[in-house]
Design a binder for this molecule. Structure first.
Ligand code: DAH
Length: 344
C-alpha cells in the first residue's frame, strides 16, 4: 500500500505540474482525492492491514493528500492571479486620449423672444396663462363673439378635427378660459404664449403653425389709454427707448373698438426704408377693448368691468428684432442660423 500511495503521489504531482488552468486542477482533484478517486480506492485496502501498520499508512495517506492539496491550492492561486492581471490589463483606460466634444446647446431664438416678452409683462404685474392647442369651436370662436356663420371666421382658415374640435387658430381662447377660471375676480392680468395653427401655405412671412402671445387685462375702469400706455412701455423695453407706437382703427370680433398697433421702424427709426416699405412704421399686433359680449361670456358684467386685449405673432417680433427676412429659418433649425443667437 505504501508503494501504491507513493506512486499515486508522484503521478499526481507530475500531472499537476502540467496543468495549465483551473479547470484541469479541479479535474485532477476529483481524479485523485474525490469520493470515487484513486486515494479512496487505495484506502479500501486498509482493512487488510495489521493494527501496527494501519496508523502508519493512515498517516502516510494524510500526508499524500496534504501535499497534493497544497500543490493544487498553490497553482490555483497562481492561475487566479494571472487571470486578474489579464483582466486589469484589458480594462486599462488610456487617460491621455482627448475627450469627445459635446456641443453646447443654446436657447432657440423664438424661446428667447418669448422669455423676454414674458419678463417685460411679469415686470408689469402680469401672470403667465396657458391653454390647449387642440381646442373646442366654442372657445376658439363662439365665446369670442364669432358665431358659426360669422364671416370673420374666414380670416383664420382652420384645421378641424371634428365639427366641434380644431387646432386653435389663435391664443385668444385662453382669454375665455382665464375668465372662467378667475370666476369673476379682478384684476385679470395675463399673457399667454403658445402655438397656433392655420391652413396657410408656407412662404417667407406665413407658416401653417406659429407662436402668438395673447394679453388680457380686466378690472374696473380700464380704458383705451391703459392699453396704449401698456403697449408703449412694452415696445420701448423690447425694441429700444426711442420706439414710438401708433394705433390704427381695425376690426376684431372680440374687441370694440379694435386697433392695429404699429411701431416706428426698428431698422430706420421711422425715416423710411426697405424693411418698412418706406412708411416708417411696422405693424406688430392687434388689440382693442374687450367686447362686452366677450366679457359676458367669460362671466364678467360689462356694466361694471372693462378690459383690453392684444395678440402678437412671436415670429414677426423676432424677425423684426433680429433682422431675419424669412419665417422658415425659425423652423428649419439650420445650426448655422441658430448658432448666431448663442451669444445674443
Ligand atoms: N387673435 C388675433 C389674431 O390671431 C389677434 C388679436 C387681435 C388678439 C386683437 C387680441 C386682440 O386679443 O384684442 O389675429
Amino acid at each position: 500500500m505504501r508503494d501504491r500511495l507513493e506512486t499515486m503521489k508522484s503521478e499526481a504531482l507530475e500531472e499537476l505540474k502540467r496543468a495549465e488552468d483551473i479547470q484541469t486542477l479541479q479535474e485532477l482533484r476529483v481524479k485523485y482525492l474525490g469520493k470515487k478517486g484513486i486515494l479512496t480506492e487505495i484506502l479500501r485496502g486498509m482493512g487488510g492491514l495489521s493494527a501496527e501498520e494501519r496508523p502508519v499508512i493512515g498517516q502516510l495517506a494524510n500526508d499524500v493528500r496534504a501535499s497534493i492539496e497544497e500543490v493544487i491550492a498553490e497553482k490555483q492561486n497562481k492561475f487566479q492571479q494571472a487571470e486578474t492581471e489579464k483582466r486589469l490589463r484589458s480594462e486599462t483606460i488610456d487617460v491621455t486620449l482627448p475627450g469627445r466634444n459635446i456641443g453646447q446647446g443654446a436657447v432657440h431664438p423664438l424661446s428667447k423672444v418669448i422669455r423676454e416678452i414674458e419678463d417685460i409683462f411679469i415686470g408689469m404685474g402680469y401672470r403667465i396663462a396657458e391653454g390647449p392647442e387642440v381646442e373646442t369651436d366654442y372657445y376658439n370662436f363662439e365665446a369670442l363673439n364669432l358665431p358659426k356663420d360669422h364671416p370673420a371666421r374666414d380670416m383664420q382658415d382652420s384645421f378641424y378635427i371634428t365639427d366641434e374640435i380644431l387646432l386653435r387658430t389663435q391664443t385668444s381662447p385662453v382669454q375665455i378660459r382665464t375668465m372662467e377660471a378667475m370666476d369673476g375676480e379682478v384684476p385679470v392680468k395675463i399673457i399667454c404664449p403658445g402655438k397656433v395653427y392655420r391652413r396657410d401655405d408656407d412662404d417667407a412671412t406665413h407658416s401653417f403653425q406659429f407662436m402668438q402671445i395673447e394679453g388680457l387685462v380686466i378690472d374696473r375702469n380700464i380704458r383705451m389709454s391703459d392699453l396704449k400706455g401698456t403697449l408703449q412701455q412694452f415696445v420701448r423695453e423690447m425694441f429700444g427707448s426711442q420706439t414710438e407706437i401708433r394705433l390704427r382703427p381695425s376690426f376684431f370680433p372680440f374687441t370694440e373698438p379694435s386697433a392695429e398697433v404699429d411701431v416706428t421702424c426698428v431698422h430706420c427709426g421711422g425715416n423710411g426704408c426697405r424693411v418698412c416699405k418706406h412708411t416708417g412704421w411696422l405693424e406688430i399686433l392687434g388689440s382693442g377693448m374687450v367686447h362686452p359680449r366677450v366679457l359676458e361670456m367669460g362671466g364678467y358684467d360689462p356694466e361694471q368691468y372693462s378690459g383690453f386685449a392684444f395678440g402678437m405673432g412671436v415670429e414677426r417680433i423676432a424677425m423684426l428684432k433680429y433682422g431675419v427676412d424669412d419665417i422658415r429659418h425659425y423652423y428649419t433649425n439650420d445650426l448655422r442660423f441658430l448658432e448666431q443667437f448663442v451669444r445674443i
